[in-house]
Write a protein that binds this ligand. Structure first.
Ligand code: GBH
Length: 441
């Protein structure tokens, strides 16, 4: 079994969460966000569940930080809700700001490095109503939010990520319609694909000007496998790889977008988008990689661009129906280093699995999650041996939580949460990780 001593000195082990998925948006003067309205519309979310109470982390944060500490973790990846800090998208809510101030101090008191994410999907409704990420002005409002919160937290956080998973924010939410705002519109999607990176760039520019040297972005990657060796299936996997895995990193590091994706998106992009590429392409201090699974793509001739369809894969699947494929993590870590970022520090900012865990007295035995986690740690170790400068790994997630369109049914946590009593019970995977992370002293 791997332990922390199999990784380079200073490697950061941690767990990740996101504000809307755990805090409970019904407390502390938090403003409404587009997930509240999206969830309230029947058909969007399982049982129309929302994040208004979630894990009640807003009141139980001290206990939750204790759980990270007791598992011998070095860091905690959390997000700071825009709607909590700025309920109308513009004006600061002091109570919301004070919450994150306490939370960050609480991490430092426990020896946990704070890894902050600025946008993990709670767009204030006031801004969503003006078009959200389809509206260029939102990018400037986001930079203002980044500046305001960094005035308060910037001296204490180890790291700041601008955006969590631009693909989900743009494509999943505006083209596939699965996440808020639930659009299926190529024009809205094309604009969001660009504006989300412009927001990132404007925020980096603002924070760099304030002296921050710990700035990054968190991208999500799905391994794209052609269903067969045919030219059509290889084209299908290639175009999905361009949309999913190349668009954002190439926008940032190469100053342009992949031709295979522009083929479908260029006609709908904001005018003169090329003029924004310098802001988007500013130097980063680190890159975050989120990785869960792979997809098998087949050609779908005669259907609308991108003219692909997904094919079921043969590997073991998680509760989400996602194939378990640890080699994909090795693939993306080494590919990022080789093709895009060289020696820049890379963090695995999310990796994890949902499982239909059953609680038995005070025990939850989730051996499959332990196996999943250690297989992905092993893939990370191999990527380091192959030259990728990986400096940390965060399991998704510390707690069972609000799994967006899947509501509360899908359990990703190292810690079980009873969504009636809100009791926390560490699972056997939590104990296995705690043992692996024990220090000698
Ligand atoms: C992350 O996104 C999020 O950052 C986090 O908030 C969330 O709770 C967590 O993952 C678990 O879902 O076509 O259905 O097979 C995950 C990004 C993109 C990974 C889609 C899996 C396969 C989608 N995901 N991908 S599907």
């Amino acid at each position: 079994m791997l332990s922390r001593f199999d990784f380079p000195e200073g490697f950061v082990f941690g767990a990740a969460t996101a504000a809307y998925q755990i805090e409970g948006s019904g407390f502390g003067g938090c403003g409404p966000c587009h997930w509240d309205t999206f969830a309230a519309t029947p058909g969007n979310v399982v049982r129309a569940e929302d994040g208004s109470r979630a894990c009640d982390h807003y009141h139980r944060w001290g206990n939750d930080l204790d759980l990270l500490r007791a598992a011998n973790m070095d860091g905690y990846r959390f997000s700071t809700s825009w709607a909590r800090v700025m309920p109308d998208g513009v004006t600061v809510n002091p109570e919301g700001m004070a919450f994150y101030d306490r939370l960050v101090d609480g991490m430092l008191e426990r020896g946990l490095k704070p890894f902050q994410t600025l946008y993990h999907w709670e767009m204030p409704s006031a801004l969503a109503d003006k078009g959200g990420w389809t509206n260029r002005d939102t990018c400037h409002r986001f930079a203002d939010f980044a500046g305001k919160i960094t005035e308060v937290l910037g001296d204490r956080v180890a790291s700041i990520a601008t955006i969590n998973e631009p693909w989900c924010v743009a494509w999943l939410s505006h083209f596939l319609g699965v996440h808020a705002p639930g659009l299926r519109d190529i024009r809205a999607a094309s604009r969001a694909m660009h504006h989300i990176l412009l927001a990132h760039g404007l925020a980096v520019e603002r924070l760099r000007g304030m002296g921050q040297d710990n700035l990054g972005i968190v991208l999500n990657f799905d391994y794209c496998q052609p269903a067969t060796d045919s030219a059509g299936d290889r084209r299908a996997a290639g175009v999905q790889d361009a949309i999913f895995n190349r668009w954002f990193i190439e926008g940032i590091t190469k100053g342009t977008y992949p031709a295979e994706a522009l083929e479908g998106l260029a006609p709908h992009m904001p005018e003169n988008w090329q003029d924004d590429m310098a802001v988007i392409g500013q130097k980063l201090d680190w890159l975050g990689v989120n990785y869960y699974t792979r997809h098998i793509h087949a050609d779908a001739p005669g259907t609308a661009w991108p003219a692909t369809r997904d094919v079921a894969g043969p590997l073991d699947k998680t509760q989400m129906g996602w194939e378990i494929f640890p080699d994909g993590l090795h693939h993306f870590l080494t590919r990022m280093a080789r093709d895009y970022v060289g020696d820049l520090p890379i963090f695995v900012t999310e990796n994890g699995m949902a499982n239909a865990d059953v609680i038995n007295g005070a025990e939850v035995t989730d051996q499959v999650r332990t196996d999943f986690l250690f297989a992905h740690l092993a893939a990370t170790k191999r990527a380091i041996a192959d030259g990728a400068n990986v400096q940390g790994f965060f399991y998704w997630s510390l707690l069972d939580n609000y799994e967006w369109a899947e509501g509360y049914e899908k359990r990703f946590g190292l810690v079980h949460v009873d969504f009636d009593s809100l009791a926390r019970v560490p699972k056997s995977s939590y104990h296995a990780l705690a043992r692996a992370l024990a220090r000698n002293d």
